[in-house]
Design a protein around this ligand. Structure first.
Ligand code: E4P
Length: 220
């Protein structure tokens, strides 16, 4: 499973990229707005930090303007995945950009039917939002299960399932069990994955016992 980080905060991205665990980055207009910085500057900086796919979202809603924005974003770096919303104009734009050899991430997916459309439109990634479905008392993980099952029936569907709107490690673990290709998560969720109280207490006990030996590996 690939790990993407869902943020436009370049300090966070730099820090998490240094772990060697990061395969890509997703941004959206709300995350960019939070930085208070210019969109294209942020995207350029992220592409300098990360080699894997960096999703940058168009903000137009009509096909022609989306296409122009998508081409402009794609020209920033070869690892840009142009993000388009799951609308008729968004999917039309996806088809054209995919035919031009660009990676497209179709975002705001909330149903299996929408995911089928995105695959047919040549999307490199489909982004189903699990947390936002949970928020309205619909089980987001059922959607991931459905999409993974459907995509696996067709060799010609090369679209990767990019689980988005992840709120906690269980979302990620369940997605991995279902075989989702990618998870994009806030930095806090990635950091939570390391945590277990038995790891902390076990390490403390090992170190306390080691201290008693008076030895040092580097001095041996
Ligand atoms: C994905 O690409 C989106 O940016 C993101 O996962 C949305 O998450 P949210 O529902 O926590 O805003």
């Amino acid at each position: 499973m690939k790990f993407f980080i869902d943020t436009a905060d370049t300090a966070e991205i730099r820090d998490l990229a240094s772990t060697g665990l990061l395969d890509g980055v997703t941004t959206n207009p709300s995350l960019v707005a939070k930085t208070g910085r210019k969109f294209l500057d942020v995207v350029r900086e992220i592409c300098d930090i990360v080699d894997g796919p960096v999703s940058a979202e168009v903000t137009a809603t009509d096909h022609e303007t989306m296409l122009a924005e998508g081409r402009k974003l794609a020209a920033i770096a070869p690892n840009i995945a142009v993000k388009v919303p799951l609308t008729p104009d968004g999917l039309k734009t996806c088809r054209v950009l995919a035919n031009e050899g660009r990676m497209v991430n179709v975002t705001l997916c909330f149903s299996a039917g929408q995911a089928i459309l995105a695959a047919k439109a040549g999307a490199a990634f489909i982004s189903p939002f699990v947390g936002r479905l949970d928020d309205i008392s619909s089980d987001g993980m059922n959607l991931i299960d459905d999409i993974c099952q459907i995509y696996s029936q067709y060799d010609k569907f090369t679209t990767e399932v990019l689980v988005a709107s992840i709120r906690h490690p269980i979302h990620l673990i369940e997605s991995a069990k279902m075989g989702a290709h990618v998870a994009t998560m806030p930095p806090s969720v990635l950091r939570q994955l390391y945590k277990h109280p038995l790891t902390d207490s076990g390490l403390a006990a090992f170190l306390a016992d080691w201290e008693k030996t008076g030895q040092s590996i580097l001095d041996a």
